[in-house]
Design a protein around this ligand. Structure first.
Ligand code: PEP
Ligand code: MG
Length: 753
């Protein structure tokens, strides 16, 4: 049970600010002697908290906690009592990295009785992990005979001692030559696969959860002055930010003004000040108070309060920056696995340029744009893993298995070995697929299909040659804008689109106009806040309401093509009228172009269900239609594509989706309008097989999928598969998805998926 802030009533003298100041001064004096003065420190804590017992456990060999010093337990147990991580209350505090404050420890399910310690008379226990840089180094345990909850002040006091002690324990570990000293065992996370692949490498963290460089402040006055200077500079920065970005009367201004008020608020400043008086450096005091706030935030249910606490945490981070400067990003992250709580596409690109080999996003889901970008960049990626960022430390080795959907932190040698074997096998399979690059795109029984690439950056274009894809089925123009952080001017856009056309040569390129909004947000986007941005004022809707940006882009596309063929499509079209309006803008710009394109093909994405009711007219008027299965799926099932917990709930291979696809394919069959599908489903071999069976034979996908899909389709006998699929659809499915039986059929018929 975690400590409860509301349980402050104590039947005894609490550790007062004055008392804990005296204790911390003594602890610092002990630690300054250089020797690990654990026996003295536990005795000091016991005296201060009027506790019958205080013990210190430290890590031994990375897997066990050993009793190193005790005041109150049988001294003969020192060096003998050992607990595994996760074993007993002490082991639990170490494993979870959280403080446990228990009035009735012996009836806690994790309690482990150790007769040699003679601890049976003690009812209550406070177990505080000693942590540094995300690793557990030991645990301080306080025990009392009477059942009681330790007060907040007491808990804070012991946590501060633990923080001071952490420095000494790290030094001790280093001196003992404990390489890769780690307080935690291997840990496995089940995850959603965002982009396939296998990687073994060190972890880099986006949120470093850094520990202050200086923990102890010898002169509280000087520390207070440093805090004041940092506060003033933080407030100035906040003021400037608010004034520069938001005009008077703007709604977000109110929110930021509230943040500014909090920055001036007394409560948290008083707590930081108190922490400084206990002997901490200004940054250690801010860090301490912020950690405490984070702890409280986890327990607060009220969304308003959670928001306020989140604001405070943000401010604390700003204060740390003002005190210490920004943490230097790891100079290079080559070969590393990036671990993040959340990640925007622009951030991912930034890390990509530093050479990361894979990415694990705690709250990532397969339909999110970071996932799409990871696939585009060929970066193996996993998502939907609770508490990963908390559990991982900078430099931990990890196995990211985006074939089976698991991430293993700190793998043990046998797992590591098995994994290296799998990597070799995979490399061999990929080498085998390369020969497919120039093989004809025909199913086993001779039906032709076309595989194209989804891209968004010029650096992806060399994949055309490497995969043998027949062109770019979807060029997401917003990706480059997200990468540069703002929409480029007309000249820069022209240069970009020209480079794309140059690189593609004779291969067709389907440019999609800016699809910004929802989770593809530019930092400077002055979009009004919306409850439901995925269904909000985004994408083409913005383009039509504020046509200047859209027209600028259309001019740039026309200038880039100048005499060459040009294909342009519009995203998030909901009605035929919107398509007509957008096309009229393009026609008007084309009529004005200095050098018109050799041919102009105008198409649309089909990703909003309403457009299905305009199909006949749409197919008659558009030159091509590309189904955006990511958005179509999200809108058909009313399931946010970015929500990790919904990622596996609704399947593309489901009765409603297949019914829609069949209807569209049938409607397009007798028209001159070209039909394709460019959502993520196209890149999944099994889904691609179904699409081809339904008559959608042009598929656009990320480069990493092209050869795998080709291998599947070339092995597919449509003559056998179609009747099976029809029977299956007639029979229906209880699970809401046809995936399992289709997958079984593929296995039985030797179709690799
Ligand atoms: C889609 O929605 O399927 C699609 C291809 O577009 P995006 O993923 O960029 O929204
Ligand atoms: Mg879309």
């Amino acid at each position: 049970m975690a400590r409860k802030p509301e349980e402050t009533a104590a039947p005894r003298r609490p550790a007062t600010a004055l008392g804990s100041r005296r204790l911390l001064a003594r602890v610092r004096a002990k630690l300054a002697t250089g020797a690990v003065a654990l026996p003295d420190i536990v005795a000091l804590i016991a005296a201060e908290l009027v506790a019958e017992v205080c013990s210190a456990y430290t890590m031994r060999g990375g897997e066990l906690l050993e009793l190193r010093a005790t005041h109150g337990l049988d001294p003969a147990a020192i060096g003998r009592t050992r607990l595994r991580i996760g074993e007993g209350i002490v082991g639990l505090a170490a494993a979870t990295g959280t403080t446990l404050n228990l009035a009735d420890a012996q009836n806690h399910p994790a309690f482990a009785y150790r007769p040699e310690t003679r601890e049976e008379p003690f009812a209550s226990m406070l177990a505080v992990p000693v942590r540094r840089g995300g690793q557990t180094l030991g645990v301080l345990a306080v025990q009392n005979r009477n059942p009681r909850h330790y007060t907040e002040d007491e808990v804070e006091t012991v946590e501060t001692v633990a923080m001071l002690l952490s420095e000494t324990l790290v030094a001790e570990a280093v001196a003992a030559g404990l390489q890769g000293f780690s307080g935690t065992l291997p840990r496995q996370f089940d995850a959603a696969i965002l982009a396939p692949g296998l990687v073994l490498g060190p972890v880099v963290l986006t949120q470093s959860g850094r520990t202050p460089r200086r923990l102890v402040g010898d002169d509280p006055e000087a520390e207070r002055k440093r805090l004041e200077t940092a506060l003033a500079s933080m407030r100035r920065e906040l003021d400037a930010l608010i004034d520069a970005t938001l005009p008077d009367g703007d709604a977000p201004r109110d929110i930021l003004d509230a943040t500014r008020d909090i920055a001036a608020g007394e409560g948290w400043l008083r707590r930081i000040d108190e922490a400084i008086r206990t002997g901490l450096s200004a940054e250690a005091a801010v860090h301490r108070v912020a950690a405490d706030m984070r702890d409280r935030m986890r327990r607060v249910a009220d969304p308003y309060l959670r928001e306020r606490l989140a604001d405070l945490e943000d401010l604390a981070e700003r204060l740390l920056v003002a005190l210490e400067g920004r943490p230097a990003p790891p100079a290079e992250a080559a070969g590393a696995i990036l671990v993040a709580r959340r990640l925007g596409p622009a951030q991912l690109l930034e890390w990509h340029t530093r050479g990361i080999a894979a990415v694990a996003i705690e709250e990532g889901s397969p339909g999110g744009h970071a996932a799409i970008l990871a696939r585009a960049l060929g970066l193996p990626a996993l998502g939907a893993m609770r508490d990963l960022a908390e559990a991982a430390s900078q430099g931990d080795e990890a196995v990211l298995d985006a074939e089976n959907g698991t991430l293993i932190l700190r793998p043990d040698p046998s797992v590591r070995h098995a994994f290296l074997g799998a990597l070799e096998a995979r490399a061999a399979r990929a080498a085998g697929r390369v020969r497919l690059r120039d093989a004809p795109s025909l199913t086993r029984d001779g039906t032709g299909f076309r595989l194209m690439l989804n891209a968004g950056l010029t650096l992806e274009l060399d994949q055309l040659a490497e995969t043998g894809a027949e062109g770019i089925g979807l060029f997401r123009t917003e990706i480059a804008m997200l990468a540069r952080g703002a929409i480029a001017d007309a000249e820069e856009q022209t240069r970009l689109y020209r480079a794309v056309l140059d690189a593609a040569g004779p291969a067709p390129v389907h440019f999609r106009t800016l699809d910004l909004g929802s989770d593809k947000l530019l930092a400077d986007a002055a979009a009004p806040p919306e409850e439901n941005p995925a269904m909000g004022w985004r994408s083409l809707r913005v383009g039509l309401d504020r046509p200047a940006i859209l027209r600028r882009q259309l001019r740039a596309l026309l200038a880039a093509a100048a005499g060459r063929p040009l294909s342009v499509m519009f995203p998030m079209v909901a009605t035929l009228a919107e398509f007509r309006q957008a096309r009229a803008l393009l026609d008007a710009e084309a009529a004005r172009a200095e050098t018109p394109p050799a041919s102009l093909r105008i198409g649309t994405m089909l990703e909003i269900p309403a457009l299905l009711w305009d199909l006949p007219a749409l197919l008659a008027e558009a030159d091509f239609v590309s189904i955006g299965s990511n958005d179509l799926l999200q809108f058909v099932f009313a399931a946010d594509r970015g929500t990790a917990t919904l990622a596996d709930r609704y399947d593309f291979l489901s009765p409603p989706m297949l019914a829609i696809l069949e209807k569209v394919a049938a409607a397009a069959a007798n028209t001159t309008c070209a039909l394709s599908l460019c959502g993520e489903a196209a890149g999944r071999p099994l889904d691609a097989a179904v699409l081809v069976a339904l008559g959608i034979t042009t598929l656009s996908m990320s480069a990493t999928s092209v050869l795998a899909v080709k291998e599947t389709l070339r092995a597919l006998d449509l003559g056998a598969f179609r009747p099976f699929l029809e029977t299956l659809r007639r029979t229906g499915t209880k699970q809401g998805s046809f995936r399992d039986p289709i997958s079984a059929w593929a296995r039985e018929h030797g179709v690799p998926t």
